[in-house]
Design a protein around this ligand. Structure first.
Ligand code: F0G
Length: 367
């Protein structure tokens, strides 16, 4: 009988801090496609795969962590949750809070989140406050609310989030049969690179559970390559950035919360965290939609932009297996697809209601 995917907690329960008695809050997240990227593979001479996280219930990887965070919130008896967000976390928190029957408040930087994400938080009934500040300021406030007021913080500073997000690495290994040689992903608040590294390490060693020891699943761990937007690249600068700036609003973050674990992921894996410009991000965004058939939001293309940049510098090995997490769906922020390479707006061609004119416009001649 066909297997019905049950969400990441039930699928990976023995590797997560839950028990049989846990009341799981899920929308069926995870189990996302690992798509072979034909053109990136041809370009690099390596087998390149895209972990398409836009296929999660709210359209981003955040759902993997949010199922755990919301489950923990319910377990803790919380009545309300709060998060700071560049948009995707707020969309996910709002949806999962609805599923859990909890109130949800989200703090977002004013004017700097995409319409798709804003509409998700509103649709799911969250109280949305636009803060006169950036994401880092929002996170400061959210943390203080979590500490001193009766609200449960569901940002990735909550370890439950990282636990859920590590399942992305499990799925990659389960699909490929082993860990890839290189894992590439965008870096913003740095929770995801930390979570993937945790997942890969756990799968490469025996794992202690309450029911005994699980054997290692993979024979190795990958090298982790993270990419930040050039105007919001604190890991490249080596210190927080007070005024982060990029068109990739999802990763417009200057003071990443998971700083130490991201640096550990980079260094323990022998990897790197580098920067890509907004133009490189938009080129990669266009590459994915026009050459691979995968539509992502700009921030999600930072990893692909990084791979293309490293390839141009002669620094991508051939004959390897490379996985790139593309973190959020293109429909989150569709306006970027409607721009031509010279920056002008795409103007759809208008035609009369007439087959002969339409055929002529398409360059078709009658049989
Ligand atoms: N890609 C997308 C689409 C994101 O929304 C984010 C983060 C990242 C990448 C970076 O992941 O923070 O784990 O390094 N978005 C957060 C939010 C900050 O509020 O939605 P990270």
């Amino acid at each position: 009988m066909a297997h019905q995917w049950r969400g990441v907690i039930r699928e990976y329960a023995d590797r997560l801090p839950v028990t049989e008695a846990t009341k799981v809050i899920t929308l069926g997240e995870g189990g996302t496609p690992l798509v072979h990227a034909q053109k990136l593979s041809e370009l690099t001479g390596s087998e390149v795969y895209l972990k398409v996280e836009g296929m999660n219930p709210t359209g981003s990887f955040k759902d993997r962590g949010m199922t755990m965070a919301m489950t923990a919130a319910v377990e803790a008896g919380a009545k309300a949750v709060v998060c700071a967000s560049t948009g995707n976390t707020s969309a996910s928190a709002a949806a999962y809070a609805t599923a859990a029957g909890l109130k949800c408040a989200v703090l977002v930087p004013e004017g700097k989140i995409s319409m798709g994400k804003l509409s998700q938080a509103i649709a799911h009934g969250a109280t949305l406050l636009q803060v006169d500040g950036n994401f880092d300021n929002c996170l400061d406030i959210a943390r203080k609310l979590g500490e001193s007021y009766p609200v449960f913080l569901v940002n990735s500073v909550n370890p439950a989030r990282i636990q859920g997000q590590k399942t992305g690495a499990f799925e990659v290994v389960d699909s490929l049969g082993d860990a890839p040689d290189i894992h590439v992903l965008p870096v913003g608040n740095a929770g995801n690179i930390s979570a993937y590294w945790k997942g890969y390490k756990e799968y490469a060693a025996p794992f202690e559970t309450s029911n005994g020891t699980l054997p290692a699943v993979s024979t190795k761990t990958p090298t982790m390559w993270g990419f930040q937007a050039a105007g919001a690249a604190p890991f490249v600068a080596g210190h927080p950035i007070t005024e982060p700036d990029t068109i990739a609003t999802a990763i417009r973050i200057g003071n990443p919360a998971s700083w130490d674990t991201a640096v550990a992921a980079r260094d323990e894996s022998g990897g790197l965290i580098e920067a890509v410009t907004d133009d490189e991000i938009l080129d990669a965004h266009r590459w994915l939609s026009s050459k691979e058939g995968v539509f992502v939001e700009p921030g999600s293309a930072a990893g692909v932009a990084g791979l293309i940049k490293k390839h141009a510098a002669g620094q991508v090995p051939s004959g390897k297996t490379i996985v790139i997490t593309v973190t959020g769906h293109g429909l989150k922020d569709p306006q970027w697809a409607l721009r031509t390479e010279d920056g002008s707006d795409v103007q759809p061609v208008k035609v009369p209601n007439d087959v002969v004119t339409v055929a002529a416009e398409l360059g078709l001649e009658e049989n």
